[in-house]
Ligand binder design. Structure first.
Ligand code: ADP
Length: 580
């Protein structure tokens, strides 16, 4: 801001300096032109004055040769000479015409009203010495300002016998040019203004060794003189008919012993110079303003840009912060999800263990039965050996081997069931999982007197799933069906596989049906009484979670014939792995 103010101030100062320079130069040029014109005007005015006065000089010379004048000087004057003088004076508009004797005393005159001591005037003395004399001065009472021309009158012997004095009224001469322009005046050798076209300047006196003029009486009005480019400029307060400020020019007029002076008004020249300076200053200022505006605009743009950048940076920082927060939140969520997954896995495991607990009686029965059979087969085999019937003993050993294999399969299923399985669904064979679940629950099913009917599909059916998890779901559905049919007369559980776009496994029982089909998948929903078969209400909800995580669906409904049907739908797995 401050810097800008300094620049603007400096620019204004430079423009001011330039304008002043232009003004000075233009003023000087104007003064030169004015001076040239003024000098010509002054020369013209001087010539005119000299010409007018010279007429009287010539008349004086002619009159000096007039026989009437000689006669008046030789003899005594008579009325005839006076009449001649008067006639000549009247016709030439001279103020007076006088004839003087060699001593300068008046012989006769046209008016007869001039001072007596004319002989003492230098121009008269000059004429009496035989030369032409001229001068100015008072001719009172006729006039205050008169110009005198004295011409010698020569006698027949060639000597000066007298002089003719022509008196011209200067009022009559400058009366004609009064008020004309420019203001001009003529000063005599003593510096007194004697002739002028501004009557108020008459008789003003030039102070000794100084420029300007002062009035004959009263206080001197304001005056100041200075030189501009070699021209003398006067500053005046000399009244309304004289310029306030004027160029002063002079021209010597030795023929009449005076100096012509002129005062040329410089107001117009000044105005012109001022106009030129103002035009230059205006142009500079306009140009400067344009530059300033352009700079301002650029500065404003730069400021807006900086602001924008600042805002963008601010926004970016905010975004970065938000992003970091989001990342942190995502990490937290991932952590929570991992914890949830862990909890779910734990729950699945817990569900499995609970199922195992429920199935333990059946399983032990399942293992016990072949064990007892093995024992009796072994005992029989011993007896057969003793009786010497080794083939029968061999049969028994084969059976024992079968039983052991069956027991091994049961234990293998159990181990697999107990294993904890996590991770993405993989490609598994559905028939094998169903059979393993049926195997595991066989004891429980048989104990409850339930007939399980299962038509195994013809070929392998590949689905997306996890063997252990899916096995858990099927074990749970079979166990639930068996539990539900505890009080039923007819106890049949059908396990069917239907093949569409997706594969579905249906578990249809002949029990009482589901009490509240909307609620069976809710956690902790159970109708099983405490103490008896003691349900936790978690089996179906865990199964629901497992099937969902494998990308399948589980539904429970009541069939029209009575009894419940649970259906697990699974996505088919692509055959590429099979091909590989
Ligand atoms: P639990 O077996 O511990 O009760 P589940 O989640 O496995 O827990 O079952 C919840 C409830 O769903 C059971 O208590 C029962 O009321 C009902 N249910 C499950 N399967 C059947 C079925 N096949 N027939 C009738 N009701 C069933």
């Amino acid at each position: 801001m401050q810097q800008r103010a300094v620049i603007v101030l400096a620019f204004c100062l430079v423009v001011l300096a330039l304008a002043t320079g232009v003004w000075r130069y233009a003023y000087k040029q104007g003064l030169d032109q004015l001076a040239a014109r003024g000098q010509a005007d002054l020369a013209l005015a001087g010539d005119r004055l000299v010409g007018q006065l010279q007429r009287y000089r010539d008349l004086a010379v002619v009159m000096a040769d007039h026989p009437g004048v000689s006669e008046a000087l030789i003899g005594r004057p008579d009325g005839g000479t006076e009449a001649l003088l008067l006639e000549v004076a009247d016709k030439s508009a001279a103020l007076d015409l006088l004839i003087l004797d060699p001593d300068g005393a008046l012989v006769t005159s046209a008016q007869g009203k001039v001072p007596r001591d004319l002989g003492t005037y230098p121009y008269v003395q000059r004429a009496l010495r035989g030369a032409l004399g001229w001068g100015h001065g008072s001719a009172e009472p006729l006039t205050r300002r008169a110009f005198f021309h004295a011409a010698p009158v020569f006698g027949t012997s060639g000597g000066v016998i007298g002089a003719v004095l022509m008196v011209t009224d200067l009022n009559g001469i400058d009366y004609n040019w009064r008020g004309t322009n420019p203001a001009a005046f003529f000063t005599d050798a003593a510096g007194e203004v004697y002739i002028s076209n501004r009557s108020e300047l008459l008789f003003w006196q030039r102070p000794e060794g100084e420029p300007g003029l002062v009035p004959p009486q009263g206080a001197a009005p304001p005056f100041e003189a200075r030189l501009i480019g070699g021209h003398e400029i006067w500053k005046l307060g000399w009244g309304p008919y004289l310029p306030q400020e004027a160029l002063h020019l002079t021209q010597a007029l030795p023929v009449i012993g005076m100096t012509g002076e002129v005062l040329l008004d410089v107001a117009q020249t000044q105005a012109l110079a001022l106009a030129q300076a103002a035009a230059v200053a205006g142009l500079c200022l306009a140009f400067g303003s344009l530059l300033f505006l352009a700079a301002e605009r650029r500065r404003a743009l730069a400021r807006a840009n900086a602001q924008l950048e600042y805002r963008v940076a601010e926004r970016t920082a905010a975004l970065r912060e938000t992003n970091a927060k989001l990342v942190a939140e995502a990490a937290e969520r991932e952590e929570a999800q991992a914890a949830l997954r862990q909890a779910q896995d734990d729950l699945v495991q817990a569900g499995k263990l609970s199922a195992l607990g429920q199935m333990s009686a059946g399983i032990s029965h399942e293992l016990n039965q072949p064990l007892m059979a093995i024992r009796s087969f072994a005992e029989n085999a011993v007896q057969f050996m003793e009786r010497g019937a080794p083939e029968r003993a061999g049969d028994n050993l084969n059976r024992i081997s079968d039983m052991a294999r069956r027991m091994g399969r049961i234990i293998q299923n159990l181990r697999a069931f107990a294993r904890q399985e996590t991770g993405q669904p993989e490609r598994i064979e559905l028939g094998r999982v169903i059979e393993a679940a049926i195997d595991l629950t066989r004891g429980h099913v048989e104990d409850a007197g339930v007939r399980l009917i299962y038509d195994a599909p013809k070929g392998p059916l590949w689905v997306k799933g996890g063997e252990v998890r899916l096995g858990q779901v099927f074990v749970n559905l079979i166990t639930n069906a068996v539990d539900a049919m505890a009080e039923s007369e007819e106890k049949i559980l059908r396990v069917e596989v239907s093949e569409d776009a997706a594969l579905a496994v249906h578990f249809r029982d002949t029990g009482p049906g589901i009490e509240m089909p909307d609620k069976v998948f809710d956690p902790f929903y159970t109708t099983k009484q405490v103490g008896k078969t003691a349900g936790m209400g978690l089996g179906l909800s865990i199964s629901y979670g497992i099937v969902q995580s494998l990308g399948g669906q589980i539904k429970g409904s009541n069939s029209d014939a009575g009894g419940a049907t649970f259906t697990v739908t699974l996505e088919r797995a692509e055959r590429k792995a099979e091909a590989a």
